[in-house]
Design a binder for this molecule. Structure first.
Ligand SMILES: *[C@@H]1O[C@H](CO)[C@@H](O)[C@H](O)[C@H]1NC(C)=O
Ligand SMILES: *[C@@H]1O[C@H](CO)[C@@H](O)[C@H](O)[C@H]1NC(C)=O
Ligand SMILES: *[C@@H]1O[C@H](CO)[C@@H](O)[C@H](O)[C@H]1NC(C)=O
Ligand SMILES: *[C@@H]1O[C@H](CO)[C@@H](O)[C@H](O)[C@H]1NC(C)=O
Ligand SMILES: *[C@@H]1O[C@H](CO)[C@@H](O)[C@H](O)[C@H]1NC(C)=O
Ligand SMILES: *[C@@H]1O[C@H](CO)[C@@H](O)[C@H](O)[C@H]1NC(C)=O
Ligand SMILES: *[C@@H]1O[C@H](CO)[C@@H](O)[C@H](O)[C@H]1NC(C)=O
Ligand SMILES: *[C@@H]1O[C@H](CO)[C@@H](O)[C@H](O)[C@H]1NC(C)=O
Ligand SMILES: *[C@@H]1O[C@H](CO)[C@@H](O)[C@H](O)[C@H]1NC(C)=O
Ligand SMILES: *[C@@H]1O[C@H](CO)[C@@H](O)[C@H](O)[C@H]1NC(C)=O
Length: 520
């Protein structure tokens, strides 16, 4: 039942919820929660080659009506990034990128873009990696590629931020040789020496590079030396003394850096000097009741002396509390005090041993991703829980690094996809239509032709879209070649698929089959 290789690789971006009375989500399904439906229940389609997560609302919102039948079978759910509607239907799978992590929606050159990290593998159990980030526009075309610069390793998975100056903030995990005798290692030991880089996206050059070991002593670490989880101090298993897991560049030019293993947030100036340390062995701040965090993730300074942080309060090897929290903290950098503004607690209270995120929405509500615990939840401005969804059984090894709720409009440059059911015969034709990433489609239109030529296409069927894949049918025997068109709510055409025959032959759409919907 354990799928440990899935850890940290699944990820969600959600659209803003629109009230709807139906869904493909479970609500409060005990068989799902207990793992009786499988470690990671997933959805399947008739022809679309995806099997995304199946959501179970452990604490259901008002906008979903539960389903009761389990649509999956025995394969594994696909690992990677997803955009899901709140009702559990899939919008987009990043499957085509191979091993990847979806990062959420950013603004780049004035446009909404989707960030995706792509790599060959994650170094387990440390959880860092070498790869690249790409930014996709609303057509899902790559508009930028972001790598680390001159570090000998590529961009790590732990952070991507696109600043208001259109630069990229990333992490990278090179290894440095150093004396580890004081910790029980060798004089020529090795540590993971994570780096913060700010990259000029247009040139790929680094305009800021900060190595942890240049600024933070090994003795500040709480990570035990020489364990499987934190490394033995060798070149193959360097000691992960710092574990950089979030970076935020602020408009005043400072960087907020989170070290999980030093349990400290560092505010760093543009020369790299540390301005203050919050938490850990040398904290500049004193903490009010309930404001402490440990093994934290996803720290973000907010306006007016507030910051949000995911307080794991636990790791794979130790726990400081009985459950993790999503925190909003008040901080005063003159009095050097931190106090609790509000705390978000998980529906099924338990400790998240890694990962996690806190997203503040503009109305004061928030979305918490519970990291290694396969849950995310929505909270009101006081932190009280509104709903909680699970996307795998607890203890399955499936988690999400961060979870965000975003508005996102996508109209892929690739055409819609279709498939003629293998059992189709003249007189009984079934066509499946889908378009990975398209958000505007409200109905599908089926066209038929007697020739392998979309120029002669006749409209045969119109079907409303309610799930990722839509089934269209034709019961006559006149046509042998078919095509689907995706339409928006104004019955304007968004895109045409290729043209496919019952005999499997295909050709492109006709040049005069044009999109009538206004461009985005
Ligand atoms: C799910 O939500 C999407 C977006 O709001 C909507 O288009 C679709 O009809 C809904 N499907 C179901 C099954 O509720
Ligand atoms: C990213 O940088 C690393 C280190 O220089 C390099 O090995 C890797 O090939 C680069 N990735 C791409 C896609 O260029
Ligand atoms: C943007 O650039 C300006 C001018 O160099 C600088 O003052 C500001 O700190 C930068 N902001 C960010 C978020 O990098
Ligand atoms: C933070 O503490 C260090 C010593 O631990 C001190 O040198 C530094 O001035 C303090 N910073 C602030 C902003 O108080
Ligand atoms: C709560 O979590 C525990 C393990 O973390 C699990 O055994 C239990 O089934 C969960 N309960 C519910 C209601 O989800
Ligand atoms: C339709 O899907 C089936 C099953 O995935 C596949 O074997 C077949 O090649 C597809 N047909 C077309 C025309 O894409
Ligand atoms: C028509 O096609 C559908 C889907 O391919 C199939 O389920 C059904 O059995 C077929 N009906 C007849 C009468 O062949
Ligand atoms: C496309 O061109 C063909 C042949 O010239 C014509 O029959 C058809 O009506 C045209 N379709 C549209 C949508 O203009
Ligand atoms: C499908 O809808 C389109 C656009 O409203 C219309 O032109 C077409 O005639 C419809 N097709 C059928 C078979 O009803
Ligand atoms: C559509 O047809 C074109 C030309 O035949 C082909 O290059 C392309 O791969 C096809 N696309 C899909 C999604 O089948």
């Amino acid at each position: 039942m354990l799928l440990p290789s899935l850890s940290i690789l699944s990820f969600f971006v959600l659209l803003l919820p629109r009230p709807t009375t139906s869904s493909v989500a479970y609500c409060n399904n005990e068989d799902y929660a207990s793992g009786d439906l499988g470690a990671a229940p997933y959805q399947t389609y008739n022809a679309a080659p995806y099997h995304p997560v199946q959501i179970n609302y452990a604490l259901p919102p008002a906008f979903v009506r539960p389903i009761t039948t389990y649509p999956g079978s025995d394969a594994e759910m696909q690992v990677g990034g997803y955009i899901m509607n709140p009702n559990g239907t899939m919008v987009y799978s990043t499957e085509d990128f191979g091993l990847n992590l979806a990062r959420g929606v950013f603004t780049y050159q004035g446009q909404d873009v989707l960030g995706i990290w792509i790599g060959d593998g994650v170094i387990e159990p440390a959880g860092y990696a070498s790869g690249i980030n790409v930014l996709l526009n609303s057509a899902y075309d790559v508009v930028a590629t972001i790598n680390a610069s001159n570090l000998g390793v590529g961009a790590d998975i732990h952070e991507l931020q696109i600043t208001s100056n259109d630069t990229a903030i990333i992490a990278a995990y090179p290894t440095t040789q150093t004396d580890l005798i004081a910790y029980g290692g060798s004089e020529t030991g090795y540590v993971a020496n994570p780096v913060v880089q700010e990259i000029d996206i247009s040139t790929g050059e680094a305009i800021f590079t900060w190595y942890a070991l240049d600024h933070v002593d090994l003795s500040d670490s709480y990570a035990p030396f020489g364990t499987t989880e934190t490394g033995e101090g060798t070149i193959d298993a360097p000691w992960d003394y710092f574990h950089l897991n979030s970076i935020q560049k602020n408009d005043d030019g400072t960087y907020l850096i989170s070290s999980r293993h030093c349990q400290t947030l560092y505010l760093v100036d543009s020369t790299g000097d540390i301005i203050w340390r919050m938490g850990g062995k040398n904290s500049n701040f004193t903490f009010g009741k309930g404001a402490n965090f440990a093994w934290q993730h996803h720290a973000r300074l907010r306006e007016s002396g507030q910051l949000s942080v995911f307080d794991d309060s636990g790791t794979q090897w130790e726990q400081e509390a009985s459950y993790s929290r999503g925190l909003l903290l008040n901080y005063d950098d003159l009095a050097m005090t931190v106090s609790l503004a509000s705390a978000r607690t998980p529906f099924n209270r338990s400790v998240t041993v890694s990962q996690g995120s806190v997203e503040l929405l503009s109305n004061g509500n928030s979305i918490v991703g519970w990291g290694a615990m396969p849950y995310y939840s929505k909270h009101d401005s006081n932190g009280a829980i509104i709903w909680s969804a699970q996307f795998a059984a607890a203890g399955s090894g499936v988690g999400a690094y961060r979870v965000f709720l975003n508005d996102w409009t996508g109209r892929p440059s690739a055409p819609p996809s279709m498939n003629i059911s293998a059992s189709s015969v003249p007189g009984n034709v079934t066509v499946y239509a889908w378009w990975n990433g398209a958000t505007e489609v409200t109905s599908w239109q089926l066209f038929g032709s007697t020739l392998l030529s979309p120029l002669q296409a006749t409209s045969l069927d119109n079907v409303s879209k309610t799930d990722f894949e839509t089934t269209l049918t034709y019961s006559g025997s006149e046509y042998a070649f078919f095509q689907v068109g995706a339409m928006n709510g104004n019955e304007e055409m968004l895109g045409f698929s290729n043209f496919t025959g019952l005999d499997g032959t295909t050709c492109s759409k006709a040049d005069n089959q044009t999109v009538t919907a206004p461009s985005l």
